[in-house]
Design a protein around this ligand. Structure first.
Ligand SMILES: C[S@@+](CC[C@H](N)C(=O)[O-])C[C@H]1O[C@@H](n2cnc3c(N)ncnc32)[C@H](O)[C@@H]1O
Length: 505
């Protein structure tokens, strides 16, 4: 039997075959395959429906996502089915409108057969410039589903970027404006689902969009496609894709979970496992509000429940802000000065001081004491590393070898220490080696977009048992190379079980 989804799929596909790949890219015309459209719709409308459901597909193409939602709504048991469906389709390309109209007429017939009232509007306009998108007002019963166009916009000359400035930070991509604009329209009880590249989850340029989403929506569920092209089998979309499902925000429930699933593509959806993760493990709690996805089952991090905090460590940012502390910072050592470490002093696995850099001393006095740290073992790391660096984390074990009772750490450094106690040299070496290992590097690279490893990400990072870190620190040696680190860390993690057992025995 030919379904609404099949009809929408055929119309979308036949349209894209008339376009060159360049035209497709320019207009963001990548159509969603039927399996994925159904997957999105089913999770979107699960559970009993409101009586009056408004379905919005703001970048409709062939209308496949709207068709999948209408199909899923009509397939519900009569008690869970809506009494009325109002469909709103927006599509900029005039050539797609006649087929959308035909599709709506078929949906109308199917709805009547199921005893459901059905109306539709098709707007051949730019959704972002439409009165609905610009109103920013909640529409009761709204269910949005979208595979929006992907295009970078000019922040100053593009009217859409200016009119949706609340979601712009740096260079906007049109897809994030679709996400943010529809989030604002979602009322409590409403639902929202988008398939997009993963870049919105962590990219700096998507910060304002993320804040808009989190202000208006509770993210309920995420599905990550691991493969770069399978999300759209027939279209070579290069970026990894993610599907997000959300509900209109009424209150934030304490202890809420986000359901996370992953698959290679559309073919293995049925076998994708489900994880329920506390919101805090997925969404960063600082101003960046970055999202990160947990790893798949083959990842060594799976099963580690320890964090820096549970091991008794804390991570902080260096307190010496050069322009505010200029009265204490010195060119030369002298009476009462102690070392001041800057980014340049922290090499991979090695602290080099002095390096004949300007201003590498700081006066230790009662007044400056608050910005200094005790001269004791810790791990010091760069907050910013150039993209081309081999590892995301550049850090070193500092064992307290420099002169003085305290030292200064400049604000571009983070440090890990044990509050109210002492980190042992083996702990410092073990932590520094683990953080620079390829295992941790791969983990951070899997968190979309981010090139910097900030304190929030370090706090969220799962760690192996402390005994494993200490073991690494005891054998890795001084100033280890990255090769040496990987060798030691890999062996220690593979042998983790015996070490754990030995320490608990
Ligand atoms: C990525 S395609 C997705 C089509 C369909 N929703 C699907 O999932 O197969 C995006 C569609 O949005 C349309 N579009 C692009 N910019 C738009 C805009 N500003 N307003 C409305 N539609 C737009 C394109 O013409 C294209 O058909």
């Amino acid at each position: 039997m030919t379904t609404l989804v099949d009809i929408a799929n055929a119309s979308g596909r036949s349209f894209t075959t008339t376009l060159t790949r360049a035209e497709q890219r320019e207009m963001g015309q990548f159509m969603t395959p039927p399996t994925i459209a159904r997957f999105m719709a089913e999770r979107l409308v699960a559970g009993p429906s409101q009586y009056h459901v408004r379905v919005l597909e703001p970048a409709a193409g062939g209308g496949i996502l709207a068709a999948a939602v209408v199909e899923a709504l009509l397939a519900k048991a009569p008690a869970d089915r809506p009494g009325r469906i109002e469909l709103m389709l927006y599509e900029l390309d005039t050539r797609l409108i006649p087929n959308l109209r035909d599709l709506c007429l078929l949906m109308s017939q199917s709805s009547v057969l199921a005893g459901v009232e059905f109306d539709f509007v098709i707007e051949n306009v730019d959704f972002l410039m439409s009165p609905l998108a610009l109103s920013g007002e909640q529409l009761p019963g709204l269910v949005t589903i979208s595979n929006p166009p992907f295009l970078k916009l000019n922040k100053t000359t593009d009217a859409r970027a200016r009119l949706h400035a609340y979601a712009v930070h740096g260079q906007p991509n049109i897809y994030a404006l679709f996400m943010a604009a529809t989030a604002r329209l979602t009322a409590p009880g409403g639902r929202w689902c988008f398939i997009t590249p993963r870049s919105w989850m962590a990219g700096e340029y998507f910060k304002a969009a993320r804040h808009t989403l989190l202000r208006h929506l509770n993210i309920d569920s995420l599905h990550a496609f691991e493969s770069r092209t399978e999300g759209f089998e027939e279209d070579a979309v290069l970026q990894e894709t993610v599907i997000a499902w959300a509900s209109g925000r009424a209150t934030v429930e304490h202890g809420a979970n986000i359901m996370v699933t992953r698959s290679q593509g559309g073919a293995d959806l049925a076998t994708a496992g489900v994880q329920a993760l506390p919101v805090e493990r997925v969404v960063g709690d600082d101003e960046h509000a970055m999202f990160s996805l947990p790893r798949d089952a083959t990842n060594p991090f799976e099963g580690w429940t320890a964090t820096l905090k549970t091991h008794g460590f804390e991570v902080s940012t260096g307190r010496v802000v050069a322009f505010r502390a200029s009265e204490y910072i010195r060119e030369y050592s002298g009476v009462g000065t102690v070392p001041l470490l800057w980014l340049q002093h922290v090499r991979q696995q090695q602290i080099l001081w002095p390096v004949q850099k300007k201003r590498e001393h700081i006066l230790a006095s009662a007044q400056s004491a608050w910005m200094l740290v005790p001269n004791a073992p810790m791990v010091v790391m760069r907050r910013f590393s150039p993209k081309e660096d081999e590892r995301r984390v550049t850090c070193a074990a500092y064992l307290g070898q420099l002169p003085g009772d305290a030292i200064g750490l400049e604000n571009h450094l983070n440090y890990i220490y044990r509050p109210g106690g002492h980190m042992t040299p083996a702990e410092a070496r073990g932590l520094a080696a683990f953080l620079a290992s390829s295992v941790v590097d791969a983990h951070f690279r899997a968190l979309a977009g981010s090139t910097q490893v900030n304190a929030t990400e370090l706090r969220k990072l799962p760690f192996p048992p402390l005994a494993v870190l200490v073991h690494i620190g005891e054998i890795v040696g001084d100033f280890p190379s990255l090769n040496r680190i990987d060798q030691v860390v890999n062996v220690a993690l593979t042998a983790q079980r015996p070490i754990e057992e030995a320490t608990t025995a």
